[in-house]
Design a protein around this ligand. Sequence first.
Ligand code: MOS
Length: 750
Amino acid sequence: MRYVGQPIDRLDGVAKTTGAARFSAEYPYPNLAYAALVHATIARGRITRIDTGTARKTPGVLAVITHGNAPEMKPAPKPNQFDMSTLAAATSVNYLNTDEVYWNGQPVAVVVAETLDVAREAAYLIEVEYAEYPAAVDFAAEEGNARPQKSTMLSEADGRKGDAEAALADAPFALDLRYTTAQVNHNAIEPHSTTAYWDGDHLILHEGSQNVAWVRDHLAIRFDLPKQNVRVISPFVGGAFGGKSFVWPGTVLTALAAKVTGRPVRMMLTREGVFRTVGGRTPSIQRVAIGAQLDGSMTALIHTSVCQVGRTGGWSEQVTSVSRHLYDAANIQVQQNLVGMDLLANTIMRAPGESIGSFALEATVDELAYELGLDPIELRARNEPARNPLDGKAFSHRLLMECFEEGAKEFGWAGRPQEPGSMRDGRWLIGMGVAAAYHPAWRFPANLTVRLSDDGTVLIRCGLHEMGMGSATAVSQIAADALCVPMAAVTVAYGDTALPDTTTAGASSQTASVTASLLAACAKLDRAVFTLARKTPGSPLRGLRRADVTARDGGLYNGSRGESYHDILRRAGRASVEARVGADTRLGEIADQVRSMSKFLLDRRRWVKAACGAQFCEVLVDSDTGETRISRWLGVFDVGRVVNAKTAASQLRGGIVMGIGLALTEETLVDPRNGRIVNASLSEYHVPVHADIPVIDVRYLDDPDPTMPLGVVGIGEVGVTGVAGAVANAVFHATGKRIRDLPITLDKLL
Ligand code: MOS
């Protein structure tokens, strides 16, 4: 392969760095109006009065929409795991079609005005009165009301091998620990924004999205339109991380505002607006208990969790999933619980489940290593399974211990004294920590077309999403290699529902999903072009068999006999040849879905597939103030085949940065009296900035997974897993203090 594996610059890099890339709030429209939201200030209740008089009289205001005057919308469909598009609704609330309030921050009015400033100013002038109902908003206080989570096709909520409680009670060494992690919220560089307009009964939307087909399908339902009447355009997305997977109120209400005013309308959420109307990562309470023999072999592993969901919706996370896969314990029990809260629906955020689950598990494993006087990597090696520990399924591929070995060598792990508090540089206590990273590999159906034109260029049309990770670049590399054409000849059209529905940019699945279809389409195209060549009179390939012909240098050849694609198509009098993967009729779509779902389930019965890795971290802790700085980071990953060495490293690095935020600074504070997020801004919610992040050394073993398309395993999420565990373990090594509650802020170290 010529291009796959190379550190190729992103094709959209220049457009993005020069400002030429157009994001959803940057499309110019004549006569554009602006919309702003008014948020409820109670957790639960009913609106008894809304005074919009002053707002409506403000010069420049075009409309004030409330439940009193909003046009009727259809309710969100009931979520059904067999029809993925029903999962698109972030909440079940029919916004502005009800006087009920379900969370503090729910939109209760929309102001549309000639300018952004007038819309936002007038929104402040609206007065709302409520009848308040009792509400459950304090997660810590609701722990006792948690109920067992139900398993779905996408997430198993419990599992058991042997009798872990009994084995724990009998174990010569046992730890039984409680961990908590804070709610954290989405803060992508691009806050959620929508530009919407109606062209008769067609709705056109510019929206940064991880799943344009979901946005289209959902809006078609809400506005009672055939789905071909809705078009969602989303070529650039300024970061998403799960926060732009589902359809949040701003999107629906911008379309509504455009309908009411008959104008193109733009809504740009403020940073506060994102906190109030886009869900975050659930807080968690976790129990991890491990029993072990003197030699470190685990006899019992118990991992349970309590998370929250909103009463109107929310993703159920697979917090304990890492404990199904990482350690060869003789007895295992995992079990997840949920408590319903009168808060905004929580949502997925980079490695939902594994990011916080791996914190609790990996901190406990480290603690056990110290109890036993073993090196934490040696303890892991002694419990490395040959097959999936919970159910004995085969791993498709797993180089976890190889990651630890390479990392230990590169990081200088062996030279460190194991005694906590034994390394110091002046005021700074120095600590080193390690943890395993782990994230399952997913693949979903993807439709696309590949077209070869008589000028030798290749156009790939697919509704994939470019959130900043270099998706189109990777796809171009793969297609150029598959068709043996120069990368410069390949163009990818993406981020638009006018293209074939591809797949979600989530669950680290997009590249693997698209690759499978892309390779199939390229093979189809190759056959079609060859057939054309061998049948065309005068063709140098006439009468040959495909096996006698090689694709190279943008054409088909048998030794020196053959010709370029350009000449093949010209000779045959064809402007282009196209191959399609995926149905283009509704019936065909359903057949495709059934086929791919049965393949998917069969595959999951046979294999456990995942990306994994080893996170190495060095921290400095100020012995007087408790301030923690990350001074060195190394991550070594097994992510199957690496398609682009440069963008892959960026993905993994970005995950690690997000994990450092989760470990040290990020914490959404919810007022326990009224469910209001009190730090809904970047000045009071601390994401890591450049000064917080050292050089991050990322390596990967680049070993293709034999069961995945081209050997590709997802890389978007594994980088964040294990990070908080590695930080907590390093903090212990520096200070001798075990902090089991995230984030590890300095007050906890004093
Ligand atoms: Mo990811 S949290 O599946 O965008």
